[in-house]
Design a protein around this ligand. Structure first.
Ligand code: HEM
Ligand SMILES: CC(C)=CCC/C(C)=C/CC/C(C)=C/COP(=O)(O)OP(=O)(O)O
Length: 302
């Protein structure tokens, strides 16, 4: 016994729980919705294919998230939101985390290439590299456009799901990629507006700190306008029908309403943090329901 007082932040945590935390499971749950829904929009996959793609997708994205925590261990240590993660809290060493992340991604590549197809494995691996090297290693610390360009990483899952079922990519898959791509700025900047102290302390040039709050809010509005147009585009070329159209209209109206509420509150010098939280939380429901509507729409009209 050393007699050192127990720090509640450093209370023992089972290794299994830390390994799961390294993969950011809650984020992956939505990534998997945007992987599996396109599979049902693309065709009629067997349950085994869905299971294999889900396991491979989880391990690839989880591996990417673990390597992200390895590369970001210095800034995770200074942000309140991230300082209890396995590395900054001292429960795991950086090299253990790196090895875990690389092992997950390697196994996922083999699994997808061997049991699904090589295009699916290649697209998932491209998502891994994009997130680790383009977003985390490069853009996150160097530009307020970090999540716009880097956000492309999070848009790979629909391509993965589509390729797993069709063995190829087409304009519907591209539309789904673009939908997630343009959804990312309103999703993330709503949170970035609320976490400016954290990002300032970590010297990460997130949009609100570089452009200011008002400009970030205007940008959120413009990205939402493009997002709405992109969600309606597949209906114009006949990819989806009425159920999807009605769902998209409703979901879009609520998202635009939320984003405008943030902007108008700020312009009127009224509190905008409540509406910003709402937009962040709602953005998650929005994407899940939009992709679910795509799958159901195609399933009932097939
Ligand atoms: C560059 C792109 C993105 C950035 C920078 C970003 C950033 C973030 C951050 C910082 C959080 C807060 C997490 C926390 O509190 O620990 C978050 C939450 C979340 N993000 Fe994103 N995100 C991005 C793209 C995506 C994508 C593509 C998806 C899924 C399709 C996604 C799904 C989620 C989910 C489900 C949460 C809630 C997690 C929770 O409640 O613990 N994000 N995002
Ligand atoms: C197909 C495939 C494998 C794609 C990879 C997709 C992927 C892992 C997307 C993650 C998006 C995300 C959580 C970004 C936040 O990173 P951050 O570093 O800003 O968040 P943090 O501060 O919470 O660590």
């Amino acid at each position: 016994m050393t007699g050192v007082a127990l720090d509640p932040d450093k209370a023992p945590t089972p290794l299994s729980r830390d390994l799961i935390a390294l993969t950011k499971p809650r984020i992956i749950s939505l990534l998997l919705v945007t992987t599996v829904a396109p599979m049902y929009a693309a065709g009629s996959p067997t349950l085994l294919t869905v299971l294999l793609v889900s396991i491979g997708g989880y391990l690839m994205a989880g591996g990417a998230n673990a390597v992200n925590m390895y590369l970001d261990r210095d800034i995770d240590d200074v942000m309140a939101r991230t300082r209890l993660r396995p590395i900054p809290s001292g429960r795991m060493s950086p090299i253990q985390v790196l090895a875990f992340g690389v092992a997950c991604a390697t196994f996922a590549t083999w699994l997808l290439a061997h049991f699904v197809n090589v295009l699916t494995a290649g697209l998932a691996l491209a998502g891994f590299y994009f997130y680790v090297f383009i977003y985390t290693r490069w853009l996150k610390r160097s530009s307020p456009q970090n999540i716009v360009i880097g956000g492309a990483a999070g848009a790979f899952p629909p391509l993965v799901g589509w390729a797993a079922v069709t063995g190829t990519l087409d304009v519907s898959a591209l539309c789904m990629f673009l939908i997630v791509f343009y959804w990312t700025p309103p999703h993330f900047w709503a949170l970035a507006l609320l976490k400016q102290v954290d990002y300032g302390r970590a010297k990460v040039p997130m949009a609100p700190l570089v452009w200011g709050e008002r400009e970030t809010m205007y940008q959120m509005v413009w990205y939402t306008v493009i997002l709405i147009a992109l969600t309606l585009l597949p209906v114009l070329f006949g990819a989806f029908g009425t159920l999807y159209l009605l769902s998209a209209i409703l979901l879009n109206a609520l998202l635009m309403g939320g984003v405008l509420k943030v902007l108008f509150a700020a312009r009127a010098s009224k509190p905008w943090t409540g509406p910003a939280w709402w937009v962040y939380k709602y953005s998650l429901l929005y994407l899940a329901l939009l992709f679910l509507a795509m799958a159901v729409d195609r399933a009932i009209t097939r």
